[in-house]
Design a binder for this molecule. Sequence first.
Ligand SMILES: Cc1cc2nc3c(=O)[nH]c(=O)nc-3n(C[C@H](O)[C@H](O)[C@H](O)COP(=O)(O)OP(=O)(O)OC[C@H]3O[C@@H](n4cnc5c(N)ncnc54)[C@H](O)[C@@H]3O)c2cc1C
Ligand code: FES
Length: 247
Amino acid sequence: VKYKEQCRVISNEERNGYIYMRIMTENIAEKSKPGQFVNIRTTCTTTPLLRRPFSICDAVSGELLLMIFVKGSGTAALLHKKPGDFINIIGPLGNSFPEPSRPPLFIAGGAGAAPFVYLSRSLPSARMLLGARSSSLLPDIGLFDNRCAVHVATDDGTCGEKGTVINLLEGLDISKHTIYACGPNPMLRALSRMIKSCDSAEAYYSIETTMGCGFGACKGCTVETKEGDYKLACIDGPVFPWNGIAL
Ligand SMILES: Cc1cc2nc3c(=O)[nH]c(=O)nc-3n(C[C@H](O)[C@H](O)[C@H](O)COP(=O)(O)OP(=O)(O)OC[C@H]3O[C@@H](n4cnc5c(N)ncnc54)[C@H](O)[C@@H]3O)c2cc1C
Ligand code: FES
């Protein structure tokens, strides 16, 4: 079940190029599961025309937390929302992360960390490898409580290890973990190359495609499967088994 709600902004803070927005919802937060997303009308006008999709970063007591990296016109409009403003939101949308059968390991690039705050709260313990180009582009790891250990890599070495998040995987036995990954496609492709060389990997990717409606009506979010078939990222995903889609 999905809901379309006029939701009140509780707080909206900008840190390091990311917006952290808390929003009060009637049903969306309460009915959501980790891995699902919301589709937001970012302005009261028709520009931009399309809603913008964002992972549910956290959902507690009817409140949604969104972690939004400011990119273009839609996300820039969200930067100006103030406590008390109302935003039109559709959600919860999409599928959710399957239960892990092994100790969970999150692999995130930048804003790809967003869905793992909520997921980590639903698990007894987890580890996250987080990558960004530079310390000035890192999301706030303070959102993760002490049940999730966070290891950071930056391309320029300004925080954590110098290198990519994939470098942090070296020396780790992938087959001992259930992997959940979210981030730019080049990161997911590099991860797939590592997973391929492992016998019995269990990995799920949350993918970020451009979207329209968010609930299966516009067919604007097709993703190709390895078999050359097509799926819709908004209803069949956004979470797919790592070998289920062509990236
Ligand atoms: C299921 C899902 C969950 C997402 N969760 C988050 C999240 O938690 N936090 C977050 O910061 N972002 C998330 N995204 C990406 C976010 O939707 C886009 O960054 C946003 O729509 C860009 O809007 P804009 O108007 O600011 O940028 P635009 O002006 O539309 O575009 C700016 C740049 O962003 C690219 N872009 C546009 N839409 C997307 C998209 N859907 N995915 C990737 N790149 C895009 C464009 O190609 C362009 O280069 C998610 C996307 C999906 C599909
Ligand atoms: S976004 Fe419209 S069908 Fe997926």
